[in-house]
Design a binder for this molecule. Structure first.
Ligand SMILES: Nc1ncnc2c1ncn2[C@@H]1O[C@H](COP(=O)(O)OP(=O)(O)OP(=O)(O)O)[C@@H](O)[C@H]1O
Length: 459
């Protein structure tokens, strides 16, 4: 029977995803890591990943036991009793045959339920967030908002480059609020979900449902707002949702890859709304913070990697925390699979492609200029010169646009490096390309090709 169950395990998970109302984050967090541990007559032992969260097993049981039993019966005809176990249970009692007992208080239970309803990643809490010089201010502001939502900084606008902890910080606020009071209605969505919900509501004439979902809450968190900008009807609806929540004293938290003032085609009224609150930035962590993040990750994953490997990773991956974690994950997986201690030489081998890729993607203005000039058949010097020839001038504006997109430089710095131009000229160039992109697929394709040439890792 265990073989049949194993063969059908993926199909069982797919059915759960398709036929039961499980959010993507819950599915990815709880269902995906589940494995069959054992089958004893009609007792099915399932190994669940508790992510190190104490007492969560009871919650998993309440939520998924019954539906798993139904789907297992449907798929392989086994009328069974599902029992969840954890790897810690198995370490302590390898021949475990009785259900692991976990006591969960009603308060904890309501908190876990609220975390699920709000769409939160259980890992993204203040406890697991490392504070360094790159995020100290953003962290302090987030904590202040968590302590008194809707009163201090509204909206809180967290901005910064990819993989630097914006989502983690934003969700930490939600966890903190819910831990204190699980009845607070918190909702985390990406801009994409917001847009899709709006489109569905327009198609199905379910505007009332949409409004109910987005206006009946106390804390709304919208991730990566830059993807919403420029989509006019979505932007319009967001404006109304935002106003409604703001005027009724509810907290809004937004993340973005850039500050409000840099949204060139963000409607003026939205930009001024955002400016009422507090914009805080997160930047790339320094070496000490990178080491601390890696140690924190070791601690939460309950693994131990030698310090020279941790230092090696921290020295070589310095711009993106997601990549930093990816490197550590790779070492951990390698250690688990090979079942032996990893030396620095082995780690260098295992991480060679990540670290080399990482080295290749140091993007500078001269690199961007070089790529654009050779793509359009000019000399790099011509792009930096004062020549006003139409093609050169347009390529220069593309360079301004890509420098803004692909580096962290300010308008002033870009202007300086692009032949000592004024920042207003740079802003104008970026606005021109942004505007043209709205109507030209050809320009969009050109920009895509150039970006991949500048940063092959994007290919
Ligand atoms: N200060 C930190 N301490 C611990 N982990 C961190 C920290 N900052 C980021 N991380 C981890 O790095 C990963 C990426 O972070 P996150 O998804 O929050 O980045 P982001 O800024 O929202 O990225 P993107 O803009 O690409 O969505 C996550 O796994 C997160 O837990």
């Amino acid at each position: 029977m265990i073989d049949r169950l194993k063969e059908n395990w993926d199909a069982i998970k797919d059915t759960l995803k398709e036929n039961y109302d499980i959010s993507k984050v819950s599915y990815d967090t709880w269902i995906v890591p589940m494995e069959i541990h054992n089958v004893d007559n009609d007792q099915v032992y399932i190994l669940a990943d508790t992510k190190g969260i104490p007492n969560i097993l009871d919650y998993i049981k309440k939520k998924y036991k019954q539906i798993l039993e139904i789907v297992i019966e449907e798929k392989i005809g086994l009328h069974c009793n599902v029992i969840f176990v954890t790897s810690e249970d198995l370490e302590k009692r390898p021949n475990l045959t009785a259900e692991a007992s976990n006591i969960v208080t009603p308060e904890l239970n309501s908190y876990y339920a609220a975390v699920m309803n709000a769409n939160l990643n259980p890992r993204y809490t203040f406890d697991t967030f490392v504070v360094g010089s790159n995020n100290r201010f953003a962290h302090a502001a987030s904590l202040a908002v968590a302590e008194s939502p809707g009163t201090l900084y509204n909206p809180l606008f967290i901005y910064g480059g990819a993989g630097l902890g914006k989502t983690h910080l934003m969700q930490s606020i939600a966890h903190y609020i819910l831990r204190n009071d699980p009845s607070v209605r918190v909702l985390y969505v990406t801009s994409e979900t917001f847009t899709n919900d709006l489109i569905d509501s327009l198609k199905g004439k379910k505007n009332a449902e949409f409004k109910e979902k987005y206006r009946s809450i106390d804390v709304l968190m919208i991730d990566d707002i830059q993807f919403l900008i420029g989509k006019e009807s979505t932007q319009e609806e967001f404006f109304h949702t935002f106003n409604y929540l703001y005027e009724t004293g509810k907290q809004v938290i937004i993340t973005s890859d850039k500050p409000p003032k840099d949204f060139t085609n963000l409607e003026e009224r939205l930009r001024s709304r955002f400016s009422v609150g507090l914009p805080v930035d997160v930047s790339a962590p320094d070496y000490e913070t990178r080491v601390a993040i890696l140690h924190k990750k070791e601690e939460t994953e309950n693994t131990k990697i030698s310090d020279d490997i941790i230092n090696y990773i921290a020295e070589n991956i310095n711009t993106n925390i997601r990549e930093l974690e990816g490197a550590l994950n790779r070492i951990t997986a390698f250690k688990r699979l090979s079942n032996k201690e990893i030396t620095l030489n082995m780690a260098e081998d295992v991480l060679r492609d990540i670290i080399n890729n990482h080295k290749e993607v140091t993007i500078t203005v001269p690199l961007i200029v070089e790529v654009i000039a050779s793509h359009f058949g000019f000399e790099a010097d011509e792009l930096l010169s004062q020549k006003r020839n139409k093609d050169i001038a347009y390529s220069r504006q593309i360079a301004m646009y890509l420098c803004r997109q692909m580096t962290d430089l300010s308008l002033q710095q870009i202007g300086k490096e692009l032949g000592n131009r004024d920042h207003t000229t740079v802003r104008h160039g970026i606005e021109k390309i942004t505007e043209d992109l709205k109507n030209s697929q050809f320009l969009q394709d050109t920009i895509d090709v150039l970006q991949k040439k500048i940063n092959p890792a994007l290919g």
